[in-house]
Design a protein around this ligand. Structure first.
Ligand code: SAH
Length: 208
């Protein structure tokens, strides 16, 4: 997987020509093969999405690197992820942030991810089974929020739980139509700006 080359190729479109060195280091350190089912282990380092069971997929490494980069996570940050899936993205974020809270709606996936993250000693990650549309109020506000399933609109509870000065990365669009990866920035005075980064294809954020 050549994340650097893909990033350079899409830089004009995404506005990110290189991926931050800390993000690249996290991508190199987190063992992706430990987050996929045994039959997919041999494919873990290819630049493509992989099935993780229950009809869900883990994104291709390039998209994970790009989304993480757009979040601009600092070591003191508290971040929220909606859509734990395998726990891989949470592990990447754990290498960059002070605390990671992640929510998964499919119970067995959420439990597996929790066990896996504990086994691999990603201690800054806390998982929960539930509907991430509503965020995780107890630990809000967040410096950064990532949604790893496509929503039809930006969930207002997530917008509220984003700190002034914070950033949200979220794919928005209908399931079989074009979805766009959005970067939403909330300024210190609370004004919100949205940038379309790239057309993408994610599994849907399921409704409650
Ligand atoms: N970030 C994951 C990939 C997740 S795929 C990883 O690194 O492996 C998207 C995940 O979002 C799926 O597991 C899906 O079950 C979950 N999801 C969909 N709708 C959700 C919702 N409303 N709340 C929480 N999780 C949701």
């Amino acid at each position: 997987m050549d994340i650097a080359a893909l990033t350079a190729d899409t830089g004009t479109e995404t506005g990110r020509h290189t991926i931050d060195a800390r993000v690249m280091a996290a991508m190199e350190q987190v063992p992706r093969h430990k987050f996929v089912p045994p039959e997919e282990e041999q494919n873990a380092y290819e630049n493509r999405p992989l099935p993780i069971g229950y009809g869900q997929t883990i994104s291709q490494p390039y998209i994970i690197a790009l989304m993480t980069d757009l979040m601009m996570v600092k070591p003191t940050d508290v971040v929220l992820e909606v859509g734990t899936g395998s726990g891989y993205q949470a592990a990447i974020l754990a290498s960059l942030a002070r605390a990671v809270y992640t929510i998964e709606i499919i119970e067995p996936l959420g439990r597996q991810a929790q066990e896996r993250l504990q086994r691999l000693a990603y201690k800054q990650v806390e998982t929960r089974v539930g509907d991430g549309y509503y965020g995780w109020e107890a630990h809000a506000p967040y410096d950064a929020i990532i949604v790893t399933a496509a929503a039809s609109h930006v969930p207002p509870p997530l917008m509220r739980q984003l700190k002034p000065g914070g950033r949200m990365v979220i794919p928005v669009g209908a399931q079989f139509l074009t979805q766009y990866l959005l970067l939403i920035e909330k300024s210190d005075d609370g004004t919100v700006s949205t940038k379309q980064i790239l057309p993408v294809r994610f599994v849907p954020l399921v409704a409650h």
